[in-house]
Design a protein around this ligand. Structure first.
Ligand code: ADP
Ligand code: TYD
Length: 203
């Protein structure tokens, strides 16, 4: 089973991924966790370029292809082999991040980014995606801009959030909305409940 966590910066993905992995471990389910961009040697190198504080000039299209190159390598080197071994694969960001950030945020077009992404991953999509929703205002209260993308500001995150809500409507069979403006524990419990329902149904 392939599960991704999505949301704007500061939505609590990292926190929830960590708790969810502990839950999988307690249940004795074999899993791996991947981080985007990164997760392979190539991906980690690309991550350094993308999140570098010193400005390397990267135009939006180049940025998209860097994310996709990282993802393509991750899918072939890590994700597909783990799924073949029946592991639960947990991804901190996947396709929807590119569609929301590059497609909408960078204005490259959501549809074309979705298509290019499918090319990069040979059509692999998560079975289940948790979209953790918070307002950009809450995000800014939690986190101060610390990398090149976060420093884009409130307007950018507002666009990205709208794109996520749009994706949620389009892919309601796969993406579930999680209200991220609650306590860490409440959110975790809901995530586990949804996972248990989902894995029960797909046995
Ligand atoms: P992300 O990985 O989406 O950027 P993090 O998990 O790193 O988000 O969380 C960003 C910040 O918000 C951290 O300081 C974290 O402790 C805090 N945080 C996470 N979840 C919550 C929550 N439900 N309520 C309040 N603060 C939270
Ligand atoms: P991440 O390390 O997950 O940041 P955070 O924990 O703050 O959410 O992601 C780093 C940044 O990369 C984040 O601002 C989102 C951006 N990003 C894209 O723009 N496109 C993508 O395809 C991915 C995976 C991430």
């Amino acid at each position: 089973m392939f599960i991704s966590f999505e949301g704007i910066d500061g939505s609590g993905k990292g926190t929830q991924v960590t708790l969810f992995l502990s839950y999988l471990a307690r249940r004795g389910l074999p899993y791996i966790c991947v981080r985007e961009p990164g997760g392979t040697e190539l991906g980690e190198t690309i991550r350094e370029i993308l999140l570098a504080k010193e400005e390397i000039s990267i135009c939006p299209r180049a940025e998209l292809f860097l994310f996709l190159a990282s993802r393509s390598q991750l899918v072939s080197e890590v994700v597909l082999p783990a799924l073949r071994e029946d592991k639960v694969v947990v991804a901190d960001r996947f396709i929807d991040s590119s569609v929301a950030y590059q497609g909408a945020g960078r204005k490259l077009g959501m549809k074309v980014v979705e298509e290019l992404n499918d090319f990069a991953t040979c059509g692999l999509r998560p079975d289940l995606t948790y979209y953790i929703d918070i307002t950009p205002e809450t995000a800014f209260q939690r986190k101060h801009g610390s990398d090149r993308i976060e420093s884009e500001g409130l307007k950018f995150l507002t666009t990205v959030r709208e794109a996520y809500l749009n994706l949620l409507e389009q892919h309601s069979n796969r993406i579930v909305l999680i209200n991220g403006e609650r306590s860490v524990g409440e959110i975790h419990e809901e995530i586990v409940r949804i996972f248990e329902n989902f894995s029960g149904r797909n046995k």
